[in-house]
Each structure stands twice: as structure tokens, then as C-alpha cells.
Design a protein around this ligand. Structure first.
Ligand SMILES: [Zn+2]
Length: 104
């Protein structure tokens, strides 16, 4: 288990790979952003754990929680998969659209 600080991209100057509490380029405070990113990451870990248990609705709930914190394509793809397995076509299509529009 690593305790390396999560990398974030500075919202002010767009410098990526930031691991300090303040941006190395512009000095922007990154602690709030990192807290949100870590919570989103924890929700994704919970979503993956739910997938391994074949707890599809739990996986969908956690992926959705992660997405609400941070719009990342992996959260949308996981939610798409879970919604498809649950035969919720409308939700699956909505998540597929989110996954394709949030690709970087
Ligand atoms: Zn910056």
C-alpha cells in the first residue's frame, strides 16, 4: 500500500502531476482539490471491490458517488458496465455518453 500523495492538476495554471499542498508553478492552494480527488478515488476503490463481489448496484452507487466528486472517464465506464448488467438501459446509455464525453 502506497502513501504517496495523489497527483492533481492545478486548476489555476493547468500544471499537472502536482503532489505538494501548493502548486509548484503558481502557488495555488491544492489541498481542497486533493481532498476531493482522494474521496473520488476511494469511491472508485469501493466500486471496484463491489464489482469483484458481483454487487452491481453497489458498484453503480460508488461509481456514481465518485463521478459526482470528479468527472473521470473510468467512473463513467464502471457505472456503464454496472448499469448494463442491471439491465438499466437508460442509465447505461447515459453513462456511456458521459464516458465518451469525458475522455481526455
Ligand atoms: Zn498552478
Amino acid at each position: 500500500m502506497t502513501t504517496k500523495p495523489m497527483e492533481v492538476t492545478c486548476p489555476a495554471c493547468n500544471k499537472g502531476g502536482q503532489t505538494q499542498t501548493a502548486c509548484a508553478r503558481c502557488g495555488c492552494d491544492l489541498t481542497g482539490l486533493r481532498t476531493v480527488a482522494e474521496a473520488a478515488s476511494a469511491a472508485m476503490s469501493a466500486a471496484r471491490a463491489a464489482l469483484r463481489r458481483t454487487d452491481w448496484s453497489g458498484a453503480l452507487d460508488q461509481a456514481e458517488a465518485s463521478w459526482q466528486l470528479l468527472h473521470q472517464p473510468n467512473a463513467a465506464r464502471l457505472a456503464f458496465l454496472a448499469a448494463a448488467v442491471l439491465r438499466d438501459t437508460a442509465a447505461a446509455l447515459r453513462w456511456r455518453r458521459r464516458a465518451s464525453t469525458s475522455d481526455e
